[in-house]
Design a binder for this molecule. Structure first.
Ligand SMILES: [Zn+2]
Length: 445
């Protein structure tokens, strides 16, 4: 039975709150605190959401804070769910609070690039927290993707040594224990401060649970005031937009700039990533309110939806499309193949279906694109080959942790089924040295 819960601080992550529960409750090991909170021994704390709470903990918490309120005010929900369709938004709110649904099933969670791997903090907020509360905590807004500046103090956020990913983290890391005294560096680039306040206002705005206006329509409206949309409204100049946007943010030193491919998917309504949407809108000079409380009419929405149709029926310049798509496809496919683009960083097999889905192509269109076709073929492999790569990856990863491990750990991490073990053996040496291959075989047998 949970004995004592501290009060949650403004804008504090639930994860941070649980860390403080662990400290204040006097548990010697964070494992023991976890057992009080979560269902299974294997449950790990969620950094951005709530985690797999047991019914006792959930009941206790719901008495202090309604679960919807907790999700809205103390998790990263307002970032990930901000621009998804209305029904999906409602489902996500419910399932994150009551159902312990894996966030990856509810909306898109972009892989983290450099500069986004660890929980961040503002050294001046840390000082203020310590004065006000006697301890500091993990602030939610400092964790927004591409947020480089504390909007309150105009100083640069600092990366801690605590990973922002929930996977493979099995301890509570209270901010008070993990953050020492840090030098303060004020941000000198005014655009960077403006962008931070922009992200802050979009993140903070109340979420509309009544109107369902596609973000692609809102951005289309923003585009219509710029040179990036033909006056007829038929074509978007996505390539020029992506190039200009890249120069703009590159000059500011932003760590994760939206690619042409990501921009295209958002403009065509296939994706709605917070970071990509905000980058486009800020670059176009749109007000935050346009994104968060849109006043578009049904006619305006229809106009944007029709523009997709017109685009689809216009004759396609295959040579141009092949040339434009090839470099993007190369990057996407490579990231899937070696795992760098995958949230769990596990290498995956590149299938034709995946290429079609990722590039938004229709049946057999790849036949018209020889350069893209060649890239895809270069990455094509059989299932046993891809299983061999996954197993080597899992083996190396477990070895790097320096703790003893068993074949079952490799199986779990690689996701390769037992019945497929034998078929991978001939392929191991293709992807690793003989010694490693032999060690893996010895583990299997
Ligand atoms: Zn601050």
């Amino acid at each position: 039975m949970i004995s004592y819960f501290p009060a949650i601080y403004p804008d504090e992550l639930v994860y941070s709150w649980f860390c403080r529960y662990y400290v204040h409750s006097g548990f010697f090991l964070s494992k023991s605190a976890m057992q009080e909170l979560y269902c299974k021994r294997s449950d790990n704390p969620s950094k951005e959401f709530i985690g797999n709470l047991n019914s006792g903990a959930m009941e206790q918490i719901a008495k202090m804070y309604p679960l919807d309120k907790l999700v809205l005010e103390h998790t990263m929900y307002p970032q990930y769910a901000r621009f998804i369709p209305l029904e999906q938004k409602k489902t996500a709110l419910y399932r994150l609070g009551h159902d312990n649904c894996d966030a990856h099933h509810l909306f898109c969670v972009l892989p983290r690039s450099e500069g986004e791997q660890y929980l961040r903090f503002c050294p001046l907020c840390v000082n203020e927290d310590r004065e006000t509360y006697g301890e500091t905590y993990w602030h939610r807004k400092h964790q927004i993707r591409n947020m480089g500046v504390c909007t309150k103090h105009k100083c640069r956020l600092v990366e801690s040594s605590v990973p922002a990913k929930s996977e493979q983290s099995f301890t509570f890391c209270p901010a008070e224990h993990c953050i020492g005294h840090n030098k303060v560096a004020f941000e000198e680039e005014p655009q960077m401060i403006r962008l931070a306040s922009y992200l802050d206002s979009v993140f903070d705005a109340p979420i509309d649970f009544n109107k369902d206006i596609p973000i692609s329509s809102i951005l289309y409206d923003g585009l219509s005031r710029t040179k990036y949309l033909k006056p007829s409204g038929r074509s978007r100049y996505t390539k020029t937009l992506a190039d200009d946007l890249n120069v703009f943010y590159g000059g500011m030193g932003l760590c994760n700039i939206a690619s042409m491919y990501q921009i295209q998917r958002v403009l065509l309504g296939n994706r709605s990533d917070f970071s990509v949407v905000c980058q486009i809108a800020f670059f176009l000079g749109m007000e935050p309110e346009e994104l968060t409380s849109s006043t578009l009419t049904p006619e305006q929405i229809q106009q944007e939806q029709d523009s997709h149709y017109m685009k689809d029926t216009a004759p396609v310049d295959w040579v141009q499309l092949d040339a434009d798509t090839a470099p993007i496809l190369e990057k996407v496919v490579q990231g899937v193949y070696d795992g760098t683009a995958n949230e769990n960083s596990r290498p995956e097999r590149v299938s034709e279906r995946l290429v079609y889905r990722e590039m938004g192509l229709l049946g057999h269109q790849l036949e018209n694109m020889p350069r893209c076709r060649a890239i895809f073929e270069r990455y094509t492999e059989t299932y046993p080959e891809s299983w061999a790569r996954k197993i080597i990856w899992a083996y190396q990863r477990l070895r790097a942790q320096g703790k003893p491990f068993y074949w079952s750990d490799i199986r779990k991490l690689s996701g390769v089924k037992k019945k497929n073990f034998q078929s991978i053996i001939p392929y191991l040496q293709q992807y690793t040295d003989a010694e490693t291959a032999n060690r893996i075989v010895a583990l299997i047998e």
